[in-house]
Design a protein around this ligand. Sequence first.
Ligand SMILES: Cc1ncc(COP(=O)(O)O)c(C=O)c1O
Length: 392
Amino acid sequence: MKYNFDEDVTGNVQDTIKWGEADALFGGEDLLPLWIADMDFQAPKPVIDALIKRAEAGLFMYTAMPESTLEAVASWLSERHGWAIETDWIRFAPGVIALLEASVRAFTAPGDRVIVQPPVYGPFGSVVSALGREAVHNPLKQNPANGKYEMDLADLERKLRETGARLLILCSPHNPVGRVWTKEELAGLAELCVRFDVTVVSDEIHADLVLTGKHCPLVLADPRMAERTVVCLAPSKTFNIAGLQSAFAIVPDDRLRTVFDKALGKKEPNPLSAAAMEAAYREGQEWLAQCLDYLRGNARFAVEYLAEHLPQARCVVPEATYLLWVDLRPFGIPAKSLKTLLVQEAKVAVSDGSIFVGEGEGFIRINLASRRARVEEGLRRIAAALGSANGG
Ligand SMILES: Cc1ncc(COP(=O)(O)O)c(C=O)c1O
C-alpha cells in the first residue's frame, strides 16, 4: 500500500512526550517539537492490525516471548544486514537503555572506566556515571574537508593504554552525528578492542534507518568481535513504536551471554509489544522503504533550506537517522542565550547539543521525522530567530 507521510497526525498526539510535554520541559508556549527521537508518522498498517488482533483476543496475562517473534528477528537481520544469528542469542528488554545498564553492570565494577565517543546519545554518559563508573571520552573529530565526523583511533589507543578502560559503548549508526560507520572504520576499532581486550556494547538501534550507504554490524566487520560484543537493537526507532517498549540484545558468545544474563535478569515482553515486534519485522518492510524515501527527502530539503536561509549554520546530510546535527557556533551566541532564543523567539523545541555527553555546546539536533511542511515551518522559525539575532 502507499503510505502518506504528509498526513497530519497531530490530532492524536497530546499524550506523547514529544508533543504533550515539550512546553513544560522547555519552558515555552506553543513550541513546535523537533526534539525526542520519535516520528510524527503512524506505524505500519500490519503493526496496527496485529495489535488490534492481539487486543481482541482479550488475554493479557504474563507473556513469554513467542519463538515465532525471535525467528522474525533472525530473518530480518539475515535479510537486511546479512547477519545470521541463532535465536537463543537474543535477550529481550523493554528498552535499549536497560540493555546498556545491564552491560555496564555485567562487564565492569564500580570505579571502572568506560569509553564513550561524544558527541553521543546522552544516556551513554549518564548510565555509566549513575552506576558509579567513569566515562572516558574518545571524542569524534570532524573532517574539515567535508564536515563529516570520524573516529579518532589514535586517541582511542592512547586512552585504552592510559586509563585501563575495558568496556566501550559504540553508537552505530551514530546519534547525533548521523554517520554510518564503514566496515573499514569498524575494523580499525575492532583491531584495538582485540588488542586491548575490550568488550563492546554496540548500540545499533538506528541500523535500519540508513539513508545512504550500508550498515555493517560490528561483529561482521571483524568476526573476532563476536566473542566480545553485545549488540543492542530494537524495532522502536525503525517502525516508530518506541512507546510499545521493546528492544533486544544479541550476544553471540556463550561466556559473555552467561555474564550478561546475570546482570539483566529475566525480562518478559508484554503481549502487545511482542505482537507489534513480530508484525513489524515480518511485514514492515514496505512501510520502511517508503518512510526512508520520505526521510531522505526531508534531510536533503533541510540541509538545502539552511544553506539558503541560514548559511552560517553548518550541517551535512545525515547518512542515517532522521536527526540533523547543526553547528550554530558561527553565530557566537552564548549557550544559555541560544537556548532562550530558540524557545522564546523561534518557538521550537530542539535538542540542545550539550546533552550529548560533551563536545556539543553550540550545536542543536533537529528531528526531521515529521511532515515536510512542519519541518519547513520549524526551519523557518529557527532561521528567522537566528537571522534577526545576527542583525539580519
Ligand atoms: C542511540 C540510542 N540508543 C538508545 C535509545 C533509546 O532506546 P530505548 O528507548 O529503547 O531505551 C535511543 C533513543 O533515541 C538512541 O538514539
